[in-house]
Write a protein that binds this ligand. Structure first.
Ligand code: SAH
Length: 222
């Protein structure tokens, strides 16, 4: 597989995108410079199919990545990552690897990432790209509803597809003191929830507004 080139042109477009995302986050009262720095360091166009004009990679928009799925809007990636309050070496579980872009941003921030994807094509593609970029997440092909009990508990969890409800298995695998960021809702829009686990049975929930994700699907045919 041939990696695309980065260069001044793409870095310039990326700088503009990151500045725009910074303004939006400031309006929301959310800010973590480390997230923006990681987004500045990860070439988003590497995650795009070569049949598209690469300039689309630096629009603040979701975009098709194959198998009927989309790479999340950069602003959405920034919000979810900021809400996670990532520390170096945090063990993070992602549901919905998709293109691998969100996973790369987390790796760039020093997290140990475990990510699950139910589309074989996307799982295989993202594995190749992330590998070529030198990131070493653990990627799994399977059903995110089950989480990854063998590697639990996780410091952080990020769900990048719209969940109809918060799966119990995921709550169980969250460390006490851990944070889960999950868009919840059926249909075209979801509410972005940040869940903090305070004790075995105490979960605090804060709502960060409306977002739009592809659905988190149940019953993988495997
Ligand atoms: N984080 C991705 C966003 C991809 S879109 C990125 O940065 O590109 C959401 C992804 O969730 C899709 O690829 C979809 O196939 C996947 N998905 C949906 N339901 C799932 C499930 N039950 N388990 C794992 N992945 C799922």
């Amino acid at each position: 597989m041939r990696l695309r080139q980065d260069g001044l042109k793409y870095q310039g477009m990326r700088r503009q995108l990151v500045n725009k995302v910074r303004e939006m986050l400031e309006q929301d009262g959310l800010m973590d410079e480390r997230v923006l720095e990681a987004m500045m360091n990860v070439p988003r166009h590497y995650f795009f199919d070569s049949t598209f004009d690469m300039k689309y990679a630096y629009d603040n928009a979701a975009f098709p990545i194959g198998a009927g799925q989309t790479i999340s809007q950069p602003y959405t990636v920034a919000v979810q990552t900021t809400l996670l309050e990532i520390n170096k070496r945090d063990k993070v579980l992602e549901i919905g690897t998709g293109s691998g872009y969100q996973c790369a941003v987390l790796c760039e921030m020093g997290a140990k990432v475990f990510s699950i994807e139910r589309q074989k094509l996307l799982h295989d593609q993202s594995q190749k790209i992330l590998d070529h970029m030198g990131y070493r997440p653990r990627l799994f092909y399977g059903d995110g509803y089950k989480g990854k009990p063998a590697f639990a508990p996780f410091d952080k969890m990020i769900i990048t597809c719209g969940a109809p409800y918060i799966p119990d298995a995921l709550k169980e695998q969250l460390k006490i003191g851990g944070i889960m960021v999950i868009p919840v809702g059926e249909g075209n829009t979801q509410r972005m929830l940040r869940i903090v686990r305070h004790s075995e049975n105490e979960f605090e929930e804060v709502d960060f507004g409306t977002f739009s994700f592809v659905p988190m699907l149940e019953n993988t045919n495997r």
